[in-house]
Design a protein around this ligand. Sequence first.
Ligand SMILES: NC(=O)c1ccc[n+]([C@@H]2O[C@H](COP(=O)([O-])OP(=O)(O)OC[C@H]3O[C@@H](n4cnc5c(N)ncnc54)[C@H](OP(=O)(O)O)[C@@H]3O)[C@@H](O)[C@H]2O)c1
Length: 321
Amino acid sequence: MVKGDAEGGPLVLVTGATGYVGGRLLGELAGRRVRLRCLARRPAALVGRVGPGVEVVGGDVRDWCSLERALRGVEAAYYLVHRMAGSRDYAQEDREAAECFGAVAREAGVRRIVYLGGLGDESDPRLSAHLRSRHEVGRILRGSGVETIEFRASMVIGAGSLSFELLRALTERLPVMVCPRWLATPTQPIAVADVVAYLVAALALPAGPSRVFEVGTPEVTTYRDLIREYARQRGLRRWLVTVPVLTPRLSAAWLAVVTPARYEVGRHLIEGLRNPMVVRDPAAREVFSIRPMGVAEAIGRALAELGGGAGVAAADGVGGR
Ligand SMILES: NC(=O)c1ccc[n+]([C@@H]2O[C@H](COP(=O)([O-])OP(=O)(O)OC[C@H]3O[C@@H](n4cnc5c(N)ncnc54)[C@H](OP(=O)(O)O)[C@@H]3O)[C@@H](O)[C@H]2O)c1
């Protein structure tokens, strides 16, 4: 359990607060008995969006000095950062960032790091570079000497989540989809409310060794069925025609054509869609009382948040954070 001082609870650092998951987490933590600090590369972009009492410090997870400032006095630190969107060699940069963050956190006496990475079988030689990198970051943080709680998730379903927005853009735009085979890959996505609930609950775990928790909806589904469920709830008629071969490169090209340009970053995600992303370890169910909602409810909530009708159909815009 992360303890804190008599005044306002433990000091908790949130990285990635300008991002999707970090932004949602920040909103949830704001009502709790913790003192909050955010690390942001562009602090000005965040200052107006956080509640009173939330400290925003400028910094970069690859910059030792800024991390020393950001991690000073911190008891628990959320690591919700990835470089995919802005880097050619994201795996190398994510590796360096995790090494830097872990080392400074250890020096600063941080008691716990909480990280959200990706599901996927590490022993699978066909594991995508993106998922391999997400696992590597977890391994580096766990090896830092700071107790690390790593959650592994597949697609986070919520308005504004890149992977969900890709699904939305595809389904809204294409009445007939020529689909790669990987649409039949098994997956267990998770609603953003549930993933945030796990992240918050990680603060209250008793102190112990570093742990990995796989989290997801109760049912295993496929990307094809996610598209079908989305279309059903939106009242859209969609035809999915599967072609036997569509390489990751072709799939990425396909994605670039059929979705708005900003989703180009999704090509790294696309590669991972051929890898099953399912919960194989039941530990999260045993340790936490959280019972994630099903796929239909998760999609329904995301659509409700988008405001229904025209708001949902405007798939060019990424929903609110
Ligand atoms: N969304 C999903 O479907 C999903 C699914 C499974 C796991 N996850 C995991 O959840 C975590 C967060 O994902 P997300 O979807 O919230 O990502 P996101 O929306 O793309 O946000 C990424 C965040 O990382 C920050 N960042 C990048 N490089 C940085 C650096 N060098 N120093 C400091 N901050 C930096 C970005 O800040 P700037 O504003 O400065 O760019 C942004 O706040 C990731 O580990 C991801 O693998 C997400």
